[in-house]
Design a binder for this molecule. Structure first.
Ligand SMILES: Cc1cc2nc3c(=O)[nH]c(=O)nc-3n(C[C@H](O)[C@H](O)[C@H](O)COP(=O)(O)OP(=O)(O)OC[C@H]3O[C@@H](n4cnc5c(N)ncnc54)[C@H](O)[C@@H]3O)c2cc1C
Length: 548
């Protein structure tokens, strides 16, 4: 097995006994990207994550792979251009995780941005994508917009533009990137906190790590340290250095999740909040409708971020303005989540105006920091960060590494041939595995070219009479053995859409899923009860503001 939760002790031994070229702190998308980039150059790489992989911002985004149409207004053309070319790469690198999506941008009498200005912006957007968007933009008049989007506010509607972008599973993209880094030799571990740095003549040469599961500590030695701790950048730097000038201006973003058919949308809708000069998305995905986000300064510990009453009222208010007929209520909210943008302070007047550009800080104490930026551009930011770190290596130490090789698919099963083969095989799955056509469709969209192998290896192991339970049990076993998943919360929240998308958060399946974990980790009945209680407590605390 690779990237298995069962290899934890082996990974700890490897980490404690080797002198790595790079030690990466933080297992969000940037840490994962840096690990994969460096490993592809032939560097030896250790990655240390304090919580679960992607537990920070990288599982709490709008889950869009996009150029960011609104950054055109801030004249951030190079950011948009770079993001659009990365979007094109990600369609090829992760076809099972990055899916094209159309966006409808309606314009009203009172809109701050009118049809003419938006038209120019959309044209520029398609041209910055070198006219290689999944589909070119369209212009609709008011009547055509209403015909296609009967749910949307009609009063004062002047027309709309429709353009292309993409959505993803942000948490799974982190795991897939780490799985591929491991294939190339990187050693990653979760639930392991970097507590302090070890210095030799003023240069960092190692990290003191605390295993958050067992409580024991050990040292990891390396030639250079890269910090990809996102919103924890200032906290981490203050922890390892005696002196540090803060660099971040973190802002909080909240999303609400609804059942997909609560507002049946043909595509995503862009909603302008003219009072605050910002936009909010309603994003239909295969399993849910996500509405967000907010953007407010946040100066507390990132681990304490929570959805609050004013976030809910703000987002429900926007929904009501744009979809008055839907009469969306608080009771319609299935789940919600909050995350922190690790933005770099640039003296801007507002949260929304603060640049989404990234910053790489080369500290002469042998530590390179990467902060800010977008999920979408993680691959190029990672490459730049490894280049920057390599500058601290002596020329003879640098020369042995190759150029990075990160444009190939993240997962070897995602070649066009494999995906085609999976589609052909899937014709038999209804009979062979007694699955419904919906379940077959879901498997293909979730696992694409890897679906036949996962079915073969894990679905057969259970004899549960209900195929839905069996599929979740299959997912759980796969998550433990190939996605380094240690507990029920991590499975429900970051390895499957159960917590976010289902009205009962998947509690219907909890007994069967917990039994899979119990078999894998030899949990006693008492431990099963404790883990299920932890899951219930997590759900209650995450959704506290909604159910108050
Ligand atoms: C609301 C919101 C919506 C967004 N939407 C989009 C979008 O749609 N598209 C897009 O492209 N971008 C989006 N972004 C931006 C994007 O999500 C972030 O830029 C990206 O996820 C940052 O990743 P990261 O790896 O830098 O940080 P994180 O994902 O936060 O990872 C940092 C990790 O470091 C770990 N860590 C901290 N301290 C330690 C320590 N001492 N030892 C070990 N580990 C440690 C943390 O546990 C954490 O897992 C959004 C951001 C937000 C907040």
């Amino acid at each position: 097995m690779s990237f298995s939760a069962h290899q934890r002790e082996l990974n700890k031994r490897l980490l404690a006994n080797k002198n790595f070229d790079l030690i990466i702190i933080g297992g969000g998308i940037n840490g994962a990207g840096v690990a994969r980039d460096a490993a592809s150059r032939g560097m030896s790489v250790a990655l240390i994550e304090a919580q679960d992989f992607a537990q920070g911002t990288s599982s709490r985004s709008s889950k869009l792979i996009h150029g960011g149409i609104r950054y055109l207004e801030n004249l951030e053309f190079s950011l948009v251009f770079e993001a659009l070319s990365e979007r094109a790469h990600l369609f090829e690198m992760a076809p099972h995780l990055v899916h094209p999506l159309r966006f409808m941008f309606p314009i009203y009498d009172h809109s701050r941005v009118g049809m003419f200005k938006l038209g120019l912006g959309i044209w520029l957007y398609d041209s910055l994508a070198l006219f290689r968007s999944p589909e070119m933009h369209e212009r609709l008049n008011a009547q055509e917009t209403i015909e296609r989007y009967p749910e949307v506010q009609r009063e004062g509607l002047k027309g709309s533009y429709i353009y292309s972008d993409a959505y993803t599973d942000d948490d799974r993209l982190v795991i897939e990137t780490l799985r591929d880094a491991e294939r190339m030799g990187a050693v990653s571990i979760n639930y392991s906190k970097a507590c302090s740095a070890i210095f030799n003549q003023g240069k960092a040469c190692g990290i003191e790590v605390r295993d958050q599961l067992s409580g024991d500590s050990y040292e990891v030695r390396g030639k250079h340290i890269i910090s990809t701790v996102g919103p924890w950048t200032d906290i981490f730097a203050e922890r390892i250095f005696a002196q540090w000038d803060k660099v971040l201006r973190p802002t909080k973003g909240v999303h609400l999740v609804f059942e997909k058919d609560r507002i049946p949308l043909e595509s995503a809708v862009v909603m302008q909040d003219d009072r605050n000069s910002r936009i909010v998305f309603a994003i239909p995905r295969h399993e849910m409708l996500i509405v967000g986000t907010t953007d407010t300064d946040f100066n507390d510990d990132p681990a304490k971020v929570k959805v609050e009453e004013e976030d809910i009222e703000y987002l429900l208010g926007i929904c009501d303005e744009y979809f008055p007929g839907a009469k969306i209520q608080r009771s319609d909210i299935v789940s919600a989540y909050a995350g922190i943008r690790p933005l770099v302070a640039d003296g801007s007047s507002s949260e929304g105006k603060t640049s989404r550009e990234h910053e790489i800080i080369k500290d002469e104490r042998n530590v390179t920091f990467l902060s800010g930026g977008k999920y979408t551009t993680y691959r190029t930011m990672s490459e730049e960060t490894v280049d920057a770190a390599l500058e601290s290596f002596p020329p003879e130490g640098r020369i042995k590494f190759q150029a990075p090789d990160t444009l190939k698919p993240l997962n070897p099963y995602m070649s066009h041939e494999n995906i085609l083969q999976a589609k052909l095989d899937s014709r038999d799955w209804e009979v062979q595995y007694r699955l419904s056509s919906e379940q077959v469709k879901w498997l293909l969209s979730f696992h694409a070219g890897e679906a036949p192998r996962i079915l073969q290896n894990y679905y057969r192991l259970s004899d549960h009479p209900l195929s839905t339970n069996r599929l979740w049990m299959m997912q759980a076993k796969f998550a433990v053995n190939e996605m380094m998943c240690h507990n029920l919360v991590d499975f429900y929240v970051r390895r499957s859409p159960l917590f976010l998308a289902l009205k009962d958060h998947g509690m219907e399946y909890v007994r069967d899923i917990a039994q899979v974990f119990a078999n894998e980790f030899n949990w006693s009945n008492e431990q099963i009860r404790e883990e299920v209680t932890k899951l219930k407590e997590f759900i209650a605390s995450e959704l506290q503001a909604i159910h108050h």
